[in-house]
Design a protein. Structure first.
Length: 271
């Protein structure tokens, strides 16, 4: 465990969506006959990045949504299903969140992409400088590179086509106190992030291995966007085991309610 480490949770854009995409739960997103007239469960779907200031360098986890989301996503149709809030007073994008910490993409030593979906890898091209290593899971890279045309599902080829991606497999200790956890299911090679902090303890950032607190369970509750349901359930069980063994706080990928309790940059951090 690194004795001098800070973890900043960055706002990187808030989408809105029909929450059925994220949760298939009876009475909540799946309606009974008694709920025929209930409105669609439309709500916020926030995104975040994680900046780790470590003695060995600055590590960034994920990149959030792009400023040109509407035009970039239009060919996929997802611009109508996941519109990004445009309130200028609301949560910012990655570049502005970095700037609030007086940083630019050139200050990042390692960028880790939990997976290559449009709301996680969309801003990765900001980091195509000689300094920044860009890491993704080997299975994710293989699957994404095989896509032909503009997109497949939530993978948009132009988000990652020009990136020099460094592949990792399995569970990996990136540096002292920072671990990448292989948690497939949502996609071929989704990863989660574990950070062991001396003061605030272990944090697990699930990315889309677990969307919401309501997904976590137990029992775990699935969603409409899952590539392999069995692998997803196994990944949730794996994360639960790690969390129980370490006493970790688990930070879910898109939980609007949990977001209210996080120490968001630039006002707070974990150490």
């Amino acid at each position: 465990m690194a004795s001098e480490m800070k973890v900043h949770v960055l706002s990187t854009g808030v989408m809105e969506t029909d929450l059925t995409w994220l949760l298939l739960q009876g009475g909540t997103t799946i309606k009974s006959r008694h709920q025929r007239e209930d409105p669609i469960p439309w709500g916020e779907c926030p995104t975040h990045a994680v900046l780790i200031e470590h003695p060995e360098g600055r590590i960034l986890w994920d990149t959030g949504v792009p400023r040109d989301w509407e035009t970039r996503w239009a060919p996929t149709g997802f611009h109508d299903f996941f519109p990004v809030q445009e309130d200028p007073a609301g949560p910012g994008y990655l570049d502005s969140s970095l700037a609030q910490l007086e940083l630019t993409p050139d200050d990042i030593d390692v960028l880790v992409l939990s997976h290559l979906h449009f709301d996680h890898a969309a801003n990765a091209s900001m980091f195509t400088n000689p300094k920044t290593r860009i890491i993704a899971n080997a299975a994710e890279i293989e699957g994404a590179r095989a896509i032909e045309g503009y997109s497949q599902g939530a993978h948009i080829v132009s988000d990652y086509a020009d990136l020099d991606l460094e592949a990792v497999s399995g569970d990996v200790q990136l540096v002292d106190g920072v671990h990448l956890i292989e948690t497939p299911g949502h996609t071929w090679g989704t990863m989660s992030l574990r950070v062991d902090l001396p003061n605030d303890g272990t944090k697990i950032f699930t990315s889309d291995a677990v969307y919401l607190g309501a997904s976590w369970g137990p029992p775990a509750t699935g969603a409409a966007i899952v590539w392999d349901n069995l692998a997803w359930l196994e990944s949730v069980a794996k994360l639960r085991g790690i969390a129980e063994a370490t006493g970790a706080e688990v930070v879910f990928g898109h939980d609007a309610e949990q977001r209210k309790s996080l120490r968001l940059a630039p006002d707070g951090y974990y150490s």
